[in-house]
Design a protein around this ligand. Sequence first.
Ligand code: KIV
Length: 263
Amino acid sequence: MIKKMTINTIKKSKNTTPLVMMTAYDALFANLFQESADIILIGDSLNMSFAGKNDTLSTTLEQMIYHTNAVCKGAPHTFTICDMPFGTYTCSTTALHNAVRIFQETPVDSVKIEGGSDKADIIKHLVSNGITVCGHIGLLPQSVRGEGGYLVKGKDEAGKAQLLHDAKSVEAAGAFCMVIEGVKADVAEHIAQNIAIPVIGIGAGNGVDGQVLVFSDMLGLFEAFTPKFVKQYLQGATQVKEALAQYRADVISRTFPDATHTY
Ligand code: KIV
């Protein structure tokens, strides 16, 4: 079992061993992941992977609280981060009200909010009120409708400068780490080298301080498409379908249940 991390050990991990982060949405998978993950993210990607929606925007605070409690129950010894859903941190007052609900209604260790310099005041307000915050810069899934798609960031000089400014603003506001998503590897590496807190990448190459993947992507459970940055460590969909086909065949042929599975 991995020793539970704290915001201090996460910060100190900078320039040592990369951090391993996974998403999870329920107790069953969280319990399996705690053996290998330093951090479990209850991502609002659950709106797509779990609820089958097209994007993350309709996720509610109540859903995040429900899934966060399930994950914390399954992995009580793993550091956890709960995504604050779209529309729950539109200003400092709203953000604090909703983050306090997350902290009071779940045992989660921290929250994550999407945005860079534009969210610095909100992050600062949360941190000064005892909420531990993970930032999220680069491609922001909650902005997908406004941006017209999931667009890789930092492709030109202005984009690179904006990302570095975002990272520095999030750090200065008091975040203990940040996710960087959908950014060219050299740009993400440059950012990681120029701030003091860990930068955890998804689709951001190998030069950062850790990696996060959505569990249904990395276990090959999501068949519709596989983003370029995803490595499938299991052919989950194929294996589940093969198992179900075998079960169906056994039921129809009355091979199951046999004597060993009968009282
Ligand atoms: O919601 C999520 O799963 C995330 C990851 C993509 C980092 O924010």
